[in-house]
Every structure is written in C-alpha cells, then in structure tokens.
Design a protein around this ligand. Structure first.
Ligand SMILES: Cc1cc2nc3c(=O)[nH]c(=O)nc-3n(C[C@H](O)[C@H](O)[C@H](O)COP(=O)(O)OP(=O)(O)OC[C@H]3O[C@@H](n4cnc5c(N)ncnc54)[C@H](O)[C@@H]3O)c2cc1C
Ligand SMILES: NC(=O)C1=CN([C@@H]2O[C@H](COP(=O)(O)OP(=O)(O)OC[C@H]3O[C@@H](n4cnc5c(N)ncnc54)[C@H](O)[C@@H]3O)[C@@H](O)[C@H]2O)C=CC1
Ligand SMILES: [Co+2]
Ligand SMILES: [K+]
Ligand SMILES: [Mg+2]
Length: 506
C-alpha cells in the first residue's frame, strides 16, 4: 500500500476515491458569473465518500478543455465537468471530451429521440439537436428524483470516467443529487469537528504544529481566521476518515489550547432564539428577569396590535439588535419586510406612515439612559408634533452591560464596528471605511416576507455608541497600549464604566 503512491495520503488500507472538477466557462474567468457549482459538487462528493483533489476553471476553448480533461481523467477516479453543453457556439464541452479521447461526436439515437420529444424537433441541423451530438462512447445515466424516486427525464452523459454536467446550477444540482449512486464510496466516511478560538493564529501556531506532527497522518487540521466575526477569530477544523483518530486529535487540541480562548459557539443563534431567550427568561438570574420583563412588554404590544401594525425601529445598533432577537423569540420568526426610509427621524417616521398607513406601533431599543428617555414608559405615544405611533420600549430598564451580556451569552451577531479598533495582534490591517451615509432609519414592519437583511443605518467606526459619520469617534475609555507599544482600543463589550458609553458620540 505505502509503496503504491506518494501523492495519495496514507489512509486506512484502501485507495482514496478521488475526483477532479473542471468548471468550464469564459464568464467565470471574466468575473461575470461566480462559480457556485464547484462548491456544491465538493460538498456533495464529500458526503458520498469521494475526495475532491482538484478544481480547475477553463475557458470555452476546445483544445484547453480537451487537454485538461485528458490530464484529469488519468489522475482521478472521477472527473466532473460543468457547463458548455447547451445549443450555442460557446458550448463546446462534448467536442472537447471527444477530442481528449480521440473520438468523434455523433448523434446519439436515444438523445435524438429525447430532443424530438422535448423540443418537437427532428432536423439534424437545428440548434436543439446539438444537445444530442455527443462522443461515440457516451453512456447515458438516468438519475432519480430525490423525493419521488422516479427516474429523471433527461440523462447525464458520461464518457469513460468523465461526467458531463450542465452549467445551470439548478440543473447541475438536480443531476448530481439524482446520481449519487454513481460516485458513492461505501469504504469511506469523512468525519469532522470544529473548534472556535478567540485568539490570533500566531498565538495558536505552536499548539497546531504539535497537533499536526502527532496526528496529521490521520486527521487533517485546518486553521481559518475570520476578521468579521463577533465571537471568534479562528475556526479550526479537524477531519478524518476515522472517528477514533478524529477524537484523539480533538482531545489533544482541547487539552492544549488555552481553555479561556475556546469559544462554545452557537452557530445558529437565530434558529434557537425562542428556546434560548425563554430559557434565559426563566433562569431567575438578574439578566433573566430583565429578559422576562422585556418579553412581557413585547407580548403586551402583540396583544394590543396585530403583527401588521407593529414594526421594529432598527438602525443597526446593539440595542435594537437585542430587541430584534427578543421580538423574534416572541413571535418565533424573523418574518421581516425591510423598509429603509431616508432623512431625519421625524420626517422619516411621517414618510413611513404615508407608505404603510396600517403601522401603529414601533418597537424601540431605547434605554432610560439614552438622551430624553428618563421619563419614558414601556408603552407611550410619541410626543405632540411627532407622527403618531405607540412607542414600545421593552428595554427601558436594561443597562449597557445587560445588552452586551444578553447578545454575547446567546451569540447573537451584531454590527462588527463595536468590536473594531481592539484587534491586538491582527497585523494592523484594517477593513476599509464604510461609505459615508446619512443616518437613515430602517423600520422593519413585521409583514409576511422572508428574512430581511441587516440594515446598517450608521456610518462610522464606533465603539460603544454608534451615531453618524460626523459625530461618532473612538471611545477614549476603551483605549490602551498594546504589547507592541501601539495605541489600541478594546471592543465595546469590555467597557467598564457604563456611564462612559456615550463618550464616543459628540
Ligand atoms: C419610532 C420613533 C419614535 C420617536 N418618537 C419621538 C418622540 O415622540 N419625541 C422625541 O423627542 N423623540 C422621538 N424619537 C427620537 C428619539 O428620542 C431619539 O432622538 C432617536 O431615537 C435617536 O436617539 P439616539 O441616537 O440617542 O438613540 P439610539 O440608542 O440610537 O436609538 C434608540 C432606539 O430607537 C430606534 N431608532 C433610533 N434611530 C433610529 C433610526 N434612525 N432608524 C430606526 N430606528 C431608530 C432604535 O430602536 C434604537 O434602538 C423617536 C424615534 C423613533 C425611532
Ligand atoms: N434539461 C437538461 O437536463 C439539460 C438542458 N440543457 C440545455 O443546455 C443549455 C445550458 O447549457 P449549459 O452547458 O448548462 O450552460 P452554460 O455553460 O451555457 O451555462 C449556463 C448558465 O449557467 C451559469 N453557470 C455556468 N457555470 C457555472 C458555475 N460553475 N457556477 C454557477 N453558474 C454557472 C452560466 O453563467 C449560465 O448563465 C440550456 O439551454 C439547457 O436547457 C443541456 C443539458 C441538459
Ligand atoms: Co416597505
Ligand atoms: K457556455
Ligand atoms: Mg450556453
């Protein structure tokens, strides 16, 4: 076994079943279209026990495609191509496959019949008939509909170990889903685990090197930094064909990485919001009591107003992020229609009313320590002279610290600007400044639409309080000098004295 191949990694006594993917299309190389097919193919093949060894992207050029196909066909168990099998001049994949194997393309009787059946065409020269011209030794593979089990009507062409998939993602995905049996490798199952770490890679490198030296033969370790995640800096992945080897490497890492840096990340906080938020509310903790009171205010608003009459005042800040999560927990869904209104808040609220006259209540993330908010009540009408709305303020009695405690305990994603500036050891690289924008309120009616995107109605580096481009600055209370003697800033959730929250806004 060991002597057989120097290119294949040592495995458990059997040859790896491999695949090479060839993505065909000028549009991919020109940046007109983003390749999503290889991503889907990699995930699917991995789930079938096939190891993807290479992805290549080539232009719509017969010779280039043919050269790549003959090289891949010799190296890998399977070759999957994507694209270039349609009726137009730039679809030359079949010709290229034929060329790679020294064959001709000719009409395949069964495909001719199908073209006749689907398009009603029999003329050998019509564009549709190009789909039926395939290499001489082509086989037709009929997949199965994943749900119904019925045979798919249009087959996938294969020539030797080359499988020729359409480029249209929906067609390609359906074909591969339906043909899993062609590629499935029962000998192999890939197992994987992840560890999330809140430290920079440089700090982890020594432990990772040790782990790799000890376990690398049987468990592959990957280290992937992320600069825009609120909760971790590095995602470590382990994968192996053997569950036992995987667990050994995993235990080693868990024992040797600094425990304080390992983050027990919840990767789908939104899906679990209802469970986690209500569990917190019932926990009896101090934060739990605040959560319970906020939920009561939200529930009361839901009793008084229908979902269509309520919206969430969302400007991208931490307070309304907490509010949105609570509201979602209460109604069990982020069932949002995003409505962005420009201009100053008073006019924007009037414009919103004109566009959506049914709206009567706005859930807001206002806290008592916000300007002019000391005397507000959980539900109060807007002041005279303001467009008429019921202001619903579930978070009035929450503190700055409560907000951060809540968001971070439940791993709720929030605007990354609150974390920025600290970055000790991040190499000094800073993401580009956001485009200047006017502070634009985004009010999100809870209408019957899909998941709304997060609107960021702020435009600056902010640390503890985000306003607009012109009035937001780094909060001096977060400043410190890092190990290299450089001025740095801690993330907002580490602010010690909450009275200094607004020191970052003029
Ligand atoms: C629905 C609504 C009704 C208001 N009614 C009155 C009123 O009757 N009298 C009065 O004097 N002032 C009113 N205001 C203005 C309010 O008091 C603040 O001046 C304003 O929210 C900005 O305060 P901030 O930046 O300090 O607070 P932030 O902490 O930034 O905002 C507090 C909360 O208000 C909501 N909010 C604030 N700005 C926006 C925005 N641009 N887009 C969407 N949501 C936003 C969010 O839920 C946020 O969590 C109202 C604001 C809103 C959004
Ligand atoms: N019903 C079926 O199963 C089949 C239908 N056809 C017909 O062939 C034609 C399409 O030919 P193809 O060779 O599939 O397409 P193509 O190479 O011309 O690409 C079709 C579309 O898919 C996109 N695309 C291509 N590669 C991609 C990738 N890697 N990631 C994301 N998007 C990608 C392209 O940008 C383009 O918009 C259609 O007219 C179709 O009806 C062809 C074969 C089978
Ligand atoms: Co709208
Ligand atoms: K094409
Ligand atoms: Mg085409």
């Amino acid at each position: 076994m060991a002597a057989q191949s120097s290119t294949l990694p040592a495995q458990n006594g059997h040859d790896a079943v491999t695949a090479g993917i060839i993505i065909i299309g000028d549009e991919i190389l020109k940046g007109f279209t983003q390749d999503t097919n290889s991503f889907f193919m990699c995930q699917k093949l991995r789930s079938l026990g096939v190891k993807v060894a290479r992805i290549s992207v080539v232009p719509d050029d017969v010779d280039t495609i043919a050269t790549e196909i003959s090289s891949f066909a010799a190296k890998f168990t399977y070759v999957l191509t994507s694209g270039g099998i349609g009726p137009t001049h730039d679809d030359v994949t079949f010709e290229a496959v034929a060329k790679a194997f020294g064959e001709q393309v000719c009409p395949h009787p069964e495909l001719v019949t199908l073209v006749h059946r689907f398009f009603g065409k029999t003329d050998v020269c019509c564009p549709e008939m190009k789909l039926a011209h395939v290499p001489e030794s082509s086989l037709l593979n009929y997949g199965k509909n994943k749900r119904t089990g019925e045979a798919l009507k249009y087959p996938l062409v294969s020539v030797r170990n080359v499988y020729v998939f359409p480029g249209i993602p929906a067609l390609m995905e359906r074909a591969l889903e339906g043909l899993g049996h062609l590629f499935r490798n029962e000998q192999t199952r890939f197992h994987s685990r992840e560890i999330y770490v809140s430290a920079d890679e440089t700090l982890l490198a020594p432990v990772l090197n040790q782990a790799n030296a000890r376990f690398g033969r049987h468990a592959h370790l990957g280290s992937y930094p992320d600069w825009v995640n609120n909760y971790y800096r590095v995602r470590l992945t382990l994968d192996s064909e053997s569950e036992q080897h995987l667990e050994e490497a995993y235990s080693f890492l868990m024992q040797n990485l600094p425990p304080a840096l390992i983050v027990p990340l919840v990767t789908d906080p939104v899906a679990r919001a209802a469970t986690d938020v209500y569990a917190l509310a019932e926990s009896g903790s101090a934060l739990g009591q605040k959560v319970a009171a906020a939920l009561r205010t939200i529930e009361e608003a839901l009793d008084r107003f229908s979902l269509a009459q309520i919206c969430v005042g969302f400007n991208g800040g931490k307070d309304c992020t907490a509010l949105l999560h609570l509201f979602h927990a209460a109604v069990q869904r982020y069932n949002l229609h995003l409505c962005t209104v420009q201009g100053h808040i008073q006019q924007a609220l009037a414009d919103l009313k004109a566009q959506h006259p049914q709206l009567q209540a706005v859930l807001m993330g206002t806290r008592r320590t916000d300007p002019y908010s000391r005397t507000l009540t959980p539900m109060c009408m807007t002041d005279p002279g303001w467009p008429e709305y019921m202001r619903v303020n579930p978070l009035l009695d929450w503190t700055y610290r409560d907000i951060w405690h809540f968001l971070r305990a439940l791993f709720v994603p929030y605007c990354i600007l609150y974390d920025k500036g600290a970055e000790p050891g991040s190499g000094g690289a800073v993401p580009p400044l956001p485009q200047p924008r006017h502070c634009s309120p985004s009010l999100r009616p809870a209408g019957p639409a899909g998941l709304g995107s997060m609107a960021l109605g702020v435009g600056s580096w902010g640390y503890t309080s985000l306003g607009s481009m012109s009035n937001t600055q780094k909060n001096p209370a977060l400043r410190y000098t890092n190990a290299l003697g450089q001025e740095s800033y801690r993330p907002a959730y580490l602010l010690e004295n909450e009275e200094e929250e607004r020191t970052s806004r003029q």
